[in-house]
Design a protein around this ligand. Structure first.
Ligand code: AMP
Ligand code: FE
Ligand code: FE
Ligand code: ZN
Length: 278
């Protein structure tokens, strides 16, 4: 049987893994395909495709966009969209600039609270990639002032905590429109982390096609719940590890995987979308 991990990051966002490392791990784990879903970036897709050829791992173009409601952040995955479209690249470039700006703002707030972190240390960690809170968290821990990952997010930079700054440019509807317009299949990432099922019908109204039922942070009861919900709404059930290389401690790649048939379904769905929105 062939399997795919449909949620993998690279160092083009907040994973520590290069494209070579991603595909080497994928091959080692016996995966036929991985979807590259970096935060607000498509820069890792082409390099991963090139690296994937050598080890016969198929690379599925993906992305993870962040949007917000007043009380929660929502991550939307997109699959099989035209990642070469210039209008899309322009939008993502704006988001990248916003991410840089946001790091300066969060660093300023952290400094005011006595966490002596420097923006340049955060940017050293992110390199050329999409800079985010995981890089900031690592730089905060390196100061020694904050001791645990949990404290970093629960006290300082988690959603709407004291030093949180948003970089959201889209409403949920706009994010889904972007993905659909690019011919992509929009999927709700890790709904168990979001834990606000009441927003799902609204997302479906905007064109959501699937939910990430299988995820590293979903325990069996959560998986069962979202299997039922997906069945009820007629949504595709996707899954992936959300591997960040060593960015979250251990390597998660391949720890969550789905049968390859689902890749075919996503590809087909993207064809429908491309016809519908052309
Ligand atoms: P950003 O894209 O900059 O908003 O950062 C998102 C990253 O921060 C993702 O990799 C998340 O897994 C991580 N993250 C966000 N909130 C938390 C949290 N409460 N605990 C651990 N990691 C988090
Ligand atoms: Fe991340
Ligand atoms: Fe996410
Ligand atoms: Zn992710």
């Amino acid at each position: 049987m062939k399997f795919a991990d449909l949620h993998v990051h690279t160092f083009y966002s907040d994973s520590t893994f290069s494209p070579e490392e991603v595909v080497t791990w994928a091959a080692k784990k016996g995966l036929s395909a991985v979807a590259i879903c970096d935060h607000d970036s498509v820069d890792g897709i082409e390099p991963c495709k090139t690296s994937g050829k050598a080890v016969d791992v198929e690379i599925i173009p993906g992305i993870e966009l962040t949007v917000e409601k007043s009380d929660v952040e929502i991550h939307i995955l997109g699959y099989f969209f035209d990642y070469t479209a210039q209008w899309l690249k322009d939008k993502l470039k704006e988001m990248q600039e916003g991410r840089i700006d946001r790091i300066y703002k969060m660093v300023e707030k952290l400094n005011a609270e006595g966490v002596d972190v420097k923006a340049e240390d955060v940017f050293r960690l992110s390199g050329e990639g999409s800079v985010g809170r995981l890089h900031l968290a690592q730089a905060m821990l390196a100061t020694g002032k904050v001791k645990t990952f949990k404290e970093v997010f629960n006290k300082y930079i988690g959603f709407q905590k004291s030093c949180y700054v948003s970089n959201v440019r889209f409403t949920p509807k706009e994010a889904l429109d972007v993905l659909l317009r690019a011919g992509g299949v929009p999927v709700l990432a890790h709904p168990g982390i979001m834990n606000r099922d009441e927003y799902i019908p609204e997302l479906i109204e905007y064109g959501l096609r699937g939910i990430e039922v299988y995820h590293t942070d979903h325990k069996p009861s959560v998986v069962k719940h979202y299997e039922e919900l997906a069945g009820q709404y007629g949504l595709l059930m996707t899954g992936g590890s959300d591997c960040h290389g060593l960015g979250k401690g251990r390597v998660l790649l391949g720890g969550v995987r789905v049968p390859y048939e689902l890749v075919e379904k996503l590809r087909e769905e993207s064809e429908h979308i491309k016809h519908e929105y052309r």
